[in-house]
Design a protein around this ligand. Sequence first.
Ligand code: UDX
Length: 483
Amino acid sequence: MKIIVVGTGFVGLPHAAVLSEYGHEVYAYDIDHKRIKAYKSGDREEIERYVNEPGLVASVAENMGRYLFFTTDISEIVDGTDAVFLCLNTPPKRDGSSDLSYYLNAAHHLAELLANREQKNRVVLVNKSTVPVGTARLLENIMEEHGVENFGVASNPEFLAQGNAIAGSRRPDRVVIGADSEEDFGILRRVYSQFVNHVRIRYLETTPETAETIKYMANTLLLTYISFWNGVGGRMAESVPNIRMEDLKLGVTSDDRISTWGSYVSNGAGGSCFGKDIQSLIYQLNNAGRSTDLLQAVYNINEYQKTYIIDRAVYEAGFNFNQKTVALLGLAFKKRTNDMRDSAALKVVESLLARGVKAIRAYDPLAMDDARDFWFSPDKNHLFDRITYHASAKEAISGSDALYVSTDWEEFRGLSRTIEMTVKPPFLVMDGRRMIPDFETLVKAGYEYLPVGGTLLKAKAESQKRDNGKVPSKMASELETLA
Ligand code: UDX
């Protein structure tokens, strides 16, 4: 099949590479010349500057020039194309709706080219990146306006998680195709022939509107599940001493119907999808005049979760952040990525600065450059100037009064030793990821340990003075206000 992939970011590039592995003739197209130049160079560093996914560079190298072609001009290529995948980013606007400007520009450009093509073979235009429900129909209208003939529109949402884009494209859980005609389903069956009738991959054919909704529901259900664990399991274990979070997880998820994924209590789920998609779904339902109470609660729980331990540090541990130095370990939204979009660390920094900290000593194994961009301060007196960047966890901890673990990088599992070697108590450890399995040795040595999904732990003599982990009324009322 001859295929064009429009947009070569996190969704488009892995998709194009994997389609080319199956022997299709794939043209990956982008208006960004620098990007295309980087991909064409075949150089690992150049490619990974744009999309960093395991297996991607090897796949590109293997197929470039044979099945995979990069271009900034598709005017010559549209003739004879069977399918065009639209993989453009649709960033969130302030009101939660999606900014479709990149998408619409690309759609109009494509429509002009398709209207003037010589060969009038059937072409299917497929929405691959997440777009509001009804966008396939919008695309159909755009094509008709421009006089395009013999085309179909389809929705084929991607469900990839970062760090797993290539493996996930080669072996997805499901392939969802929303289209209007048997002819279009037929073309996409040929594109995805390796997945049709696969014993372990569900190949689902439905309407475009259903396919579009499946994507939003899948992401919001996952976030709802995370918020259930953070907002219910976590809260119970943070309120009642002697509830063991790991056993709670095991007991509840030992049921075929309930997944362990999502049960890892955290300082909130970040990333480029969950927050954006739930806000977009809320916006779409509000527009239809429907109630969004459940989704709003899920969203609020997740956002508040990002700074919740800081409030607990104040109200449960009596920690005063004013003029203190805090080490912030982990800046990316999850391990193995440098992506900081919607990361808890962004909210944590805001909250710490608002509480008057003297300095934030930041460290992340991968995201330091991105962090500097996020927290760039043009003038010397800006609050972001209180953030300093460090080469290791040890260096960040040194000279701090407290520590906040924000990302689940594996290297943080050894933190207790680093802490003991670097700072003396009193020192507060806020663990937003439950990354310190041997926290008991820290507590015995006199450090205070405050984890998500657990009560504040400190050495015996001290802990007798506190009121058994009950949430003080001041904090309870704060929670209500935030909700
Ligand atoms: C997600 C979805 O998994 C994917 O299907 C969708 O297409 C895009 O959004 P991604 O954003 O790459 O993928 O990250 P994911 O691995 O799902 O993690 C999202 C966030 O949830 C991270 O911050 C992660 O640390 C957090 N998380 C995950 C938890 O807090 N607890 C868990 O148990 C699992």
